[in-house]
Design a protein around this ligand. Structure first.
Ligand code: CO
Ligand code: CO
Ligand code: CO
Length: 297
């Protein structure tokens, strides 16, 4: 039902009995210092692509690459335990996995979910005038860069880790209940990068209101201090030609910041937007448009 052609979050394969498999894989290098938090974030991120398709995660296979000679295996045990905590919260059973000796620590999961075939939410169903809802704040790329450089205030680091490790379960469940037309999760391409993908797939444009988008407290200051991840810079170069930016460059930078494990970005009919946003703790950040431009106002 969904393959590689549309650049969607996960593959979807109909089983022929009214249900479909939703399959995705996500592997990370370390994003934070705490091994347990790294495991939690990797799990939340791997699950997210299943939620973004309207699916319910059922099983996961774990992958671990570990430099055995350089890093104690107990640390790997912490990573795995963190991931297991989050998988348990999600009701997703880790049924096996694979580990190899690797120069760089890497960790993640292949997750399999199920969805009713008529409930699959793809990237391509958004319509002009749909409301856009985002379910987590942004600024995680800038925050994790500051953490790595030892420049992140403790309260911001804790908030960023909590958001990155929190699963998009409720946001995903609400998609079908509230009649969402399209959804994706906000990760490496940043808010505007993933919005551009959704718009291209749907044949629409979009306007994002900067003041409506939640940004983690303290992130704009870190950006001013020069905390700016390489991935976000690549996003900026790629998106700048496509965005009509009515704001400062710094504001655009926030909107393209690479998110390690962000929220769902959802297009749904305007009369259903408030109910969905209230139910899942999201906020309305803009509208889809019939002309194919991306605007930041
Ligand atoms: Co995704
Ligand atoms: Co992914
Ligand atoms: Co999708």
């Amino acid at each position: 039902m969904v393959g590689v052609a549309t650049g969607d979050d996960a593959g979807v394969y109909a089983l022929g009995d009214g249900r479909a498999l939703v399959q995705t894989v996500d592997i990370f290098t370390p994003v934070v210092d705490s091994p347990r938090d790294w495991g939690r974030i990797a799990a939340a991120n791997a699950l997210s692509d299943v939620y973004a398709m309207g699916g319910e995660p059922v099983t996961a296979l774990q992958y671990l690459g570990w430099p055995r000679d350089e890093l104690a295996l107990e640390i790997a045990g912490e990573v795995i335990a963190g991931g297991m905590d989050v998988m348990q919260d999600a009701g997703c059973t880790v049924v096996g996995g694979h580990s190899i000796d690797s120069p760089e620590p890497t960790f993640g999961y292949a997750v399999t979910g199920v969805v009713d075939t008529e409930s699959v939410i793809t990237n391509e169903g958004a319509r002009p005038d749909d409301s856009l809802i985002l379910t987590k704040p942004i600024g995680m790329g800038i925050a994790t860069t500051a953490i790595k450089r030892g420049r992140c205030p403790d309260s911001l680091a804790a908030a960023a880790i909590d958001w990155m490790a929190s699963i998009n379960k409720e946001a995903g469940k609400g998609l079908v209940i509230h009649g969402a037309h399209a959804a994706t999760d906000v990760t490496g391409f940043g808010l505007l990068g993933h919005l551009r993908e959704l718009c291209r797939a749907s044949g629409t444009g979009a306007t994002v209101e900067f003041d409506s988008v939640r940004v983690l407290d303290g992130v704009p200051q870190l950006l001013e201090e020069g905390m700016w991840p390489g991935g976000s810079q690549r996003n900026l170069l790629s998106l700048e030609p496509d965005v009509e930016n009515e704001r400062e460059l710094a504001d655009l930078k926030l909107m393209v910041d690479a998110q390690t494990s962000g929220g769902l970005l959802v297009a749904l009919p305007p009369d259903r937007a408030t109910a969905y946003a209230d139910a899942v703790g999201g906020v309305e950040i803009g509208r889809l448009t019939s002309d194919k431009r991306l605007r930041l106002t």
